[in-house]
Each structure stands twice: as C-alpha cells, then as structure tokens.
Design a protein around this ligand. Structure first.
Ligand code: AHG
Ligand code: MN
Ligand code: MN
Ligand code: MN
Length: 332
C-alpha cells in the first residue's frame, strides 16, 4: 500500500548524511565516514545480537572489565566490531571504550576524530532477550593532526562533542543521532540492510508521566531523590525501568519522562559513566529540547578527570529534570 511504498523509498541513512553534510563548517565528509562506519558495525552487532541464543555467543566471556563487571561475550564481540570498523575507516585517531582499560591509540595520527563508546549497553539483559544498545560520542582531536594523541584529546567535556548517538537493538533496531542540528531516528530494514529515516527531528515532550529509577536502591537514596520519587507516586506517574539505559532513555525521549541514576551512599558518583554513556545522551536530549544534569551541574559542562569516571544522571523532559533538581536543592 502507499504507506509501505513511501517507507520503502524513504531516505536512507547514507542519503540523509549526504544531504546534511553541508551543515558542518568543515564539510569534508570525514564525520560522515565515521557515522557510516558506526552504522556498518551496528548492522553486524544487530545480526549477532539477534542470533545470540543460536550461536552460543550468549553468556559470560569469563573475564572482568575495568568496571569490575563480568564481561558478556557480546560485550567483547561488540567492542571488537566497533573498534575494527572505526580503525578501518581511517578518520579516528583514538577510542575510549567501556570495555578497554585505557585509551586505544589507533596509531593513526592523521585521524582528526576521537570516539568514546559503550559497545553494548544493558549487558545484563542480553541473555533474557530484552533490548540492549550501543552509545557513542564523537569529538575532534584537540592536538595538531600528525602529532601523537594526548589526554587533552580524550578528556574533553561533553560540550565539545561534534556528534553523538545510540543504536537500540529492540523490537526494531534503530539508530538515533545528532550532529548539533537536531535529532533524527532511523529504523533498520534488515531485508535491505539499510537504515531508513523514520523519526525526523525528534523533540522531547517538555514534561511527561514516566519516571525510570532502580527502586531496589531506595534505602541508599539521598533525601532529594526520595522526595522526587514520592512526588511522582503522588502524581500517579508510571514507573518504567528495564535496566537498559538506551531503551529507558529512548522511551522517555519519545513519550516524555525522566531517567534517574542518582548518587547513593555506597556510590556517591552513581553508576553510569560520563565519557560513553551520560555525555552522548545529554547531547541528544538537549538537541531534542530536554535536559541532563548530575543533580546540579549540566552534564555537558563536566570536565572529565578520568576515562571511566561515573556521574549521577538525571535526564529527560526539561520540566521533570528541573523539578527533580529543585527538590534535590531544597532537600540538601
Ligand atoms: P552496561 O551494560 O553498558 O554496563 O550499562 C548498564 C547500565 C545501564 O544500561 C542500565 O540502565 C544500568 O546499568 C542498570 O543498572 P542497575 O542494574 O544498577 O539498575
Ligand atoms: Mn558494562
Ligand atoms: Mn552502558
Ligand atoms: Mn556496556
């Protein structure tokens, strides 16, 4: 029918990137190449994710990562796939990955870009067939092209991102990204091997009725978190939390809502990582009109001190984040 016809001749990711290439001051196609490399790796990871149960790549890999987490086989596979795609593309000089203890120097000093990546987000959900994702941030290197990379290249605040996005391996597989000119979502059509523009110019509802938080940690919450969640319950908001940040974020982005992973007594910096989880989603949510903070500071303004540093994260509809920040402030 007409609907399908329009869909099937829709704008592919490749065509969209070309169309939008003129948006960049340095419209040289390098950034486009990185986005294509990421899209390619995500198609491969998508296929492996979909077949995990059949090809014995589910379950634990048998090693612990720098986070102290037991790596899943798909964590390791996704990490290799994205690193390989990014190094083959030739535009990237350094990669920060959740699954790598230190910066991966691609020995490609002519590369102008640095990528921070969470190759597989929501690993605890892999074996139970719940949506998982990939999260990425792209920066321009700070030091001169041709010189060796330094920490200055990789420890950039989120406000320096030139692009950010995520892949959601869910009931359908989507790629959502921004280059600072709005947020666009693409849905993967596996039979054609293409991402098609399905969610142009995504805008975050200014408020919503969904809150996402791990209630299992309630006894460790500070007063402000307790009063915000109590407020949500009094307003009869819906609690939705599936333990995959990308999936929880995406639902709240489209429907309106707030995701909180706050500081707790045991983890005063919360759990989520600044460089390859919070920063990318913060760039996206702000481009969609929403907000992201650590409870008092704008996520994108936080100057990183270490690669895998954690940050409390409140992210989603602008008014909901502001309400939470206000309650945090008066409950101190
Ligand atoms: P990752 O799988 O990349 O380590 O990230 C897991 C994160 C995030 O995806 C999710 O929202 C959160 O951890 C869940 O944490 P809890 O299980 O502590 O709620
Ligand atoms: Mn992990
Ligand atoms: Mn993650
Ligand atoms: Mn991960």
């Amino acid at each position: 029918n007409q609907g399908n016809l329009a869909y099937s001749v829709g704008v592919t990711l490749d065509r969209f990137i070309k169309l939008k290439q003129s948006d960049f001051p340095f419209a040289s196609g390098e950034l486009s190449q990185i986005l294509r490399d990421i899209a390619l790796a995500s198609k491969i990871v998508n296929r492996e994710t979909n077949r995990a149960g059949l090809s014995n790549i589910g379950g634990a890999f048998g090693q612990t990562n720098v986070q102290g987490e037991e790596q899943q086989k798909l964590d390791v596979i996704a990490n290799i796939r994205f690193m390989r795609a990014l190094s083959k593309g030739g535009e990237v000089c350094a990669i920060v990955s959740e699954e790598e203890d230190c910066v991966i120097d691609l020995q490609n000093n002519s590369g102008k870009y640095v990528v921070a990546i969470d190759p597989l987000d929501g690993s605890s959900n892999i074996d139970v067939n719940i949506s998982i994702g990939t999260i990425f941030s792209i920066y321009r290197r700070k030091t001169p092209v041709g010189s060796p990379i330094t920490t200055e290249d990789v420890m950039q605040p989120g406000n320096q991102q030139v692009a950010a996005g995520y892949v959601l391996y869910g009931s359908s597989t989507m790629l959502v990204y921004t280059t600072g000119f709005g947020v666009n979502g693409f849905t993967y059509e596996a039979s054609l091997g293409e991402f098609f523009l399905s969610h142009p110019s995504i805008k975050a509802p200014e408020t919503g009725k969904i809150y996402s938080i791990n209630e299992g940690l309630e006894l460790e919450w500070e007063a402000g978190v307790k009063s915000f969640v109590k407020d949500c319950k009094e307003k009869k908001y819906q609690s939705r939390y599936i333990g995959s940040l990308v999936a929880d974020f995406h639902r709240n982005l489209l429907k309106g809502g707030i995701y909180l992973y706050p500081a707790t007594f045991n983890n005063p910096s919360g759990k989520l990582r600044l460089l390859y989880e919070a920063n990318a989603l913060a760039f996206i949510i702000e481009q969609a009109g929403g907000k992201a903070s650590d409870g008092e500071n704008r996520i994108l303004d936080i100057q990183p001190e270490s690669l895998h540093q954690r940050t409390p994260l409140l992210i989603g509809s602008k008014h909901m984040v502001e309400e939470a920040e206000e309650l945090f402030r008066i409950s101190e």
